[in-house]
Design a binder for this molecule. Sequence first.
Ligand code: 8YV
Length: 328
Amino acid sequence: MPSERLSVVVTRRLPEAVETRIKELFDVRLRDDDTPMTRAELSEAVKTADILVPTVTDTIDAALLAGAGPRLKLIANYGVGVDHIDVATARQRGILVSNTPGVLTDDTADMTMALLLAVTRRIPEGLSVMQSGEWGGWAPTALLGGRVGGRRLGILGMGRIGQAVAQRARAFGMQIHYHNRRRLRPEVEDGLEATYWESLDQMVARMDVLSVNCPHTPSTFHLLNARRLKLMKPSAVLVNTSRGEVIDENAMTRMLKAGDIAGAGLDVYEHGMEVSPDLQGLPNVVLLPHMGSATQEGRLEMGEKVIINIKTFADGHRPPDQVVPGML
Ligand code: 8YV
């Protein structure tokens, strides 16, 4: 199939350089404003396109795919997480799915550390004192946080991003612990000086900081449920730059309010943009609007990956970043 004949629909505005390159290569329909597509627009897109380029804000479920036209052959996701795409149904319908792994690893790991430090060192509280003009000068007991060096960091999900977090946290003098579906190879584990916990319960109970870095799948939904959250030390801090659904957000909010967990740094939420006001008002919580991978460089590289996946497919091969059911 010659690539110039392929019709590509991109569901969101992407960086200009990415859009320009896609336009050069394909017969493309681009979005003309910054809003996500409505369900009706998405339904229309899957009916007519050969290739769809969605983002995390598009729900590509079985019902939507049931209305897909016979031309739709590739969903080239702009992002690494594919929990918004029903990959199994796509496969049954002969539609390939690809993602953009690797290029947002470092940026997301950096943001994990930023949140970890923001919560433990009370950065937003300091910022607010300065912005409100309330600073009364240095005082020996003002805004004391906790030292991160020496603390135990438990990483839940030791894939690319988890390992990048481990490397950074080691440089801050933290002790690295992890729980993962599969134990890392001994040489990788040794390189990261990471201690493996087969039992998530036992790890949760012993950590000073818990960082969620696993994908959201049916088996990780509410992995940190109310029972497990209650195992955390009251002095412990939770950081999540992965997906909100991995944590029972209501249970976490109750515990944060009651002081049963010391704090949380969150970039993602269980119900997307709907962030509970209870969470918003807490001083021991730092909230960001899903910015983990939001660097100019990362967004361009994500675009390059999407283009490589589409071009390779158009040239008659499997996209290099094909996702198969159960892989993530
Ligand atoms: C992206 C992400 O910005 O790639 C992911 O899985 O969560 C984000 O950091 C987003 O997915 C873009 O679609």
